[in-house]
Design a binder for this molecule. Sequence first.
Ligand code: KG4
Ligand code: ZN
Length: 345
Amino acid sequence: MPVILGIESSCDETSASVCVDGVIMSNVIANQTIHEAYGGVVPELASRVHQQNIVPAVQQALLNAKVSKNDIDAVAFTRGPGLLGSLLVGVSFAKAFALAKGIPLIDINHMQAHILAHFIGDKNPSFPFLCLTVSGGHTQIVLVKDYFDMEIIGQTLDDAAGEAMDKTSKILGLPYPGGPLIDKYARQGNPDAYKFPEPQIPGYDFSFSGLKTSILYFIRDNVAQNPDFVNQNMADICASVEKRIATILLNKLQKAAQAYDIKDIALAGGVSANTGLRLGLQAMAEQNGWNSFIPKMEYCTDNAAMIAIAGYHKFLKGEFVGQDVAPMARMAFAPQPPKGGAMVE
Ligand code: KG4
Ligand code: ZN
């Protein structure tokens, strides 16, 4: 019955989770509201808040799971990718905890963990499956052959899908993070009110920078005619932008599913919380006879439960790292050297 403590601190959520024999017993997430005033995550402030939150988050996670520090068999932590100062807080905490308790350390790739969140609970995809991983910093179509055997078959050439959401909301004058607000307004709007272009990118890759520019010009031109254009049409603009982002993502996913002849299709990452994308995948799955896997809301955005479950599967394989492990701002899927590692790429 391995008991794994999971730690996540790659961006602006400080999270701790306890996983007992593959079952998530707690998932405490401390959000950072400080960044709202700045329109985006300020790395230095994020590190400081992680430093304040990490111990209380772990204590609460242990309490909620009804386990003591002495019950923990291994500590899994996000090694990368992410903000280096933020990662350092989680990595340093994990190292200190493991050293104090004499237990192994398990390094986890944050993007792989988003995918492995699908192994929380009973309804799991079968290997090989395809996962569309969409977050604030990444947009990937991943061929998942096994827990830690994953191949990125398509990715964004510029902005990530979440970045497109957040930049659009900034253009519309909405606070950070904009994705959830676009989702909220879109529910009351007409998704066909405005047409934004679908980029023509070969293969399974994506590009969102052209869409961002076209939204910027569209708003600029309309505001020149009517200064109140955005306020009067917020719901229709958000619904139309959301629809375009979702169709760009889903059309590529469908192309990949057909080419690889795969029927188990999953969604992961912060943008998988988006209502339009979730409904769009469900509709596409029905049309194509896919089994679709959409994470529970609490496992879409950053959380330590996904780190703990990934840690559990690495624990079963006996894959541990030493005390000289270092965080990585950028990190590939391939197994990382067990010792050391560059601080930056
Ligand atoms: O995975 P995540 O929590 O953090 C990263 O690893 O980046 O993803 C955060 C991204 C942000 O861009 C945020 O705006 C977006 O996910 N997001 C959403 C929604 N909830 C979060 N985008 C659209 N609709 C949502 N409901
Ligand atoms: Zn994430």
